[in-house]
Design a protein around this ligand. Structure first.
Ligand code: ATP
Length: 332
């Protein structure tokens, strides 16, 4: 298993330049036969990496690949952040980074950061799937402990959405918006999703795992599994003529911002973030439909209150709707 992983890493390191490499060359690099190389290359397909092969030239990963690199990441983090990060794991593949962080939370560990190149069972809300092909996007989870109960975490998932926008804006992106409770959109299409999961005692020492999935360069084949309009950073940057952020640099900026948010949230609460959220509200003043299972409620979205609840104007009466299981869509 470990030898297999090492072979896969060596293969990926060789293909990362985006150039063609012959089967013989790859076999030499791995110290195996051409047939064994082919077996390894099949694994890349399974991970969602789209490999091109041209007779006489060999194989290539079009566009190359910037693998997550623990040294690059650590050197981009401030001393303050590193002092509160208890561990930073980069996994080649895992079922879900949130699951890894929840396991650490169960061991009582706070400040745990986990990234993966690929998730085989990435999660969205309400048991839905987060499409997570290998090496192209970011899948990141942070585990944090809070004394004093889950009530301190009110609005946290919305604040995380603001934090993601702020990081992307610092990298030069414009036109980002937030869909309640916490999706990051660009021109109405989903660029990033957020999933918060809790463990521990809701009235005492509790743990929260903040999971973020952000599309950087979604391969078209994997994208076929996404059930709603989506976008990746690559196409946003192309259309906005902004500089493509490096994957490691962007991951480091996200960790830095989220660690800072989590370190201070017990003092700031959502009120500190509310105005920033409202400023990016994709649906303010628009007719929307909220649904949860078979229950449906329609009204005009009127921003969020100081706890992060959506204010829905239903025939002139203001109804406060609390996140979790609710799904919002525009009504045309
Ligand atoms: P809703 O849109 O109903 O409010 P949500 O926005 O909270 O739900 P999540 O639970 O965060 O959605 O994620 C699941 C939804 O996101 C599914 O509709 C799924 O098709 C879509 N999705 C899955 N993977 C991706 C991805 N990589 N990029 C964009 N959207 C995705």
């Amino acid at each position: 298993m470990i030898r297999d992983e090492q072979s896969l890493s060596r293969l990926l390191a060789r293909l990362a330049d985006g150039d063609y490499h012959s089967g013989d060359e790859l076999g030499e690099c791995l110290g195996v036969s051409r047939a064994a190389v082919w077996k390894q290359l099949r694994k890349l397909d399974d991970l969602g990496l789209e490999l091109e092969s041209v007779r006489g030239k060999g194989y290539r990963l079009a566009g190359g690949l910037e693998m997550l690199d623990p040294q690059k990441l650590r050197s981009a983090l401030s001393a303050e952040t590193l002092s509160v990060v208890s561990a930073l794991d980069i996994l080649t593949t895992t079922d879900s980074t949130n699951s890894r962080a929840l396991e650490r939370a169960a061991e009582g560990r706070t400040g745990y950061v986990c990234l993966a190149e690929h998730q085989s069972a990435g999660r969205g809300r309400r048991g839905r799937t987060w499409v997570s092909p290998f090496g192209r996007n970011l899948y990141l989870s942070l585990g944090w402990s809070f004394e004093g109960g889950a009530s301190q975490l009110e609005g946290l998932s919305l604040a995380v959405g603001v934090a993601l926008c702020q990081v992307l804006e610092r990298h030069g992106l414009t036109g980002l918006a937030l869909k309640w409770p916490n999706d990051v959109l660009w021109r109405g299409k989903k660029l990033a999703g957020i999933l918060l999961e809790m463990a521990g005692d809701p009235a005492g020492a509790c743990h929260v795992v903040v999971g973020v999935g952000m599309n950087l360069a979604m391969p078209p084949e994997a994208a076929k599994q996404i059930e709603q309009p989506w976008v990746d950073l690559g196409s946003v940057c192309d259309q906005e003529s902004c500089q493509w952020p490096e994957r490691n640099a962007l991951a480091a900026s996200l960790i830095e911002r989220l660690v800072s948010l989590l370190s201070h949230y017990h003092r700031t609460g959502f009120s500190h973030w509310r105005q920033e959220w409202q400023g990016r509200d994709a649906f303010s003043g628009r007719p929307v439909r909220l649904s949860s299972g078979t229950r449906v409620l329609e009204g005009i979205a009127r921003g969020v209150d100081e706890t992060g609840a959506l204010r829905l104007d239903v025939n002139g009466e203001l109804v406060r709707c609390h996140g979790g299981e609710l799904s919002m869509r525009a009504v045309s």
